[in-house]
Design a protein around this ligand. Structure first.
Ligand code: ADP
Length: 307
């Protein structure tokens, strides 16, 4: 379990993270979302003890993580995949990490196979693509078989096959009972693998809830309706207080988009008018829309004013 309690981090006049509190529980993938500059990397660095908070505390399984010997057995982290010694081979890099963390060297071959880098084990990291470096960073995080995993933008640089592979890996690690905390600035990256979300903007908490709860925050996009007499239905719905937009692509015949009335009420009104409906579809707001709406003010603020 990861806990942040009133975390604040200031860099000179910039407050990167402000009074941030949240809990990340084991057994599910938790997405850590926010626009660029929202404070995600800063928060992860505070959790991992790589920077000291200005105020507040961060704990992993109840203890601050800073300077813990053999840390890779407790927490596996991928922060900056580019931050590796390019002159070493992938195998040598992982062996050095295993030795300094008291981990059996046999794990090196296992994690290289796990991330699909076995064929490149003897190649120098300097020649790796960003996607390969991401895989190597994930291998390093898995080396100590830790109960807690923290990944900063791990999907960056992965090809579509790599993205699918990583989503499945994250879900499996969570299903094994681990705490899996994964940052991203794009909701689309998270919606297929995260069950829980922590959303921040301008260093402050915006939401901490399940994906389903978050999706329900999006403004409803209305109801799509097709009927045998659009004109008469539209006037009946308008008379009942709805806003009706007629489809423009198929004049006269295109679907109506109705807002301000529940689908059940639309059905009742159609029945009363003797109009047959051939479609009645609630249009859900996408997660991406909910994310954009909720973080819009923090983005505007960032772009428009000095902090
Ligand atoms: P994210 O990971 O969400 O993109 P960051 O945590 O990298 O956001 O950055 C949050 C804010 O803190 C940004 O305004 C960034 O410029 C600032 N910041 C981050 N690290 C430093 C630092 N070492 N010195 C000064 N400002 C920093």
């Amino acid at each position: 379990m990861i806990e942040a309690n009133d975390l604040t981090k200031r860099y000179g006049g910039t407050t990167a993270v402000r009074d941030l509190s949240f809990t990340v529980r084991p057994g599910r993938v938790t997405g850590f979302l926010g626009p660029n500059g929202a404070g995600k990397t800063t928060t992860l660095r505070l959790l991992l003890g790589l920077n000291a908070p200005t105020a507040g505390t961060a704990t992993i399984d109840g203890h601050p993580f800073a300077g813990h010997p053999r840390g890779l057995r407790r927490v596996g982290a991928l922060l900056d995949a580019q931050d590796v010694h390019g002159g070493r081979t992938a195998r040598a890099h992982l062996k050095a990490l295993a030795v300094s963390n008291g981990i059996d060297r046999r794990r090196v071959a296992e994690v290289l196979a796990e991330v699909g880098l076995a064929p490149a084990a003897g190649r120098r990291i300097g020649g790796f693509s960003l996607g390969m470096k991401q895989r190597l960073g994930i291998a390093a995080a898995l080396l100590g078989d830790p109960p807690v995993l923290v990944f900063d933008e791990p999907l960056n640089g992965l090809d579509p096959e790599g993205v699918q592979w990583l989503r499945a890996l994250l879900r499996r690690l969570a299903a094994e009972g681990r705490t899996v905390f994964v940052s991203s600035h794009q909701m689309s990256e998270m919606e297929l693998c995260a069950e829980e979300l922590i959303v921040i903007g301008r260093g402050e908490l915006i939401a901490a809830e399940s994906l389903a709860e978050f999706a329900a925050r999006g403004t409803s996009q209305g109801v799509r309706v097709r009927a045998d007499d659009h004109e008469r239905l539209a006037s009946a719905l308008r008379a009942a207080g709805a806003t009706v937009v007629t489809g423009e692509q198929e004049p006269g015949n295109g679907p109506l988009t109705v807002t301000g009335l529940e689908p059940g009420r639309i059905g009742e009104l159609a029945l009363r008018e003797g109009i047959a409906l051939s479609e009645l579809t609630p249009l859900e707001a996408s997660l991406e829309q909910a994310f954009m709406e909720l973080t819009a003010t923090s983005v505007d603020y960032l772009a428009g004013e000095p902090r």
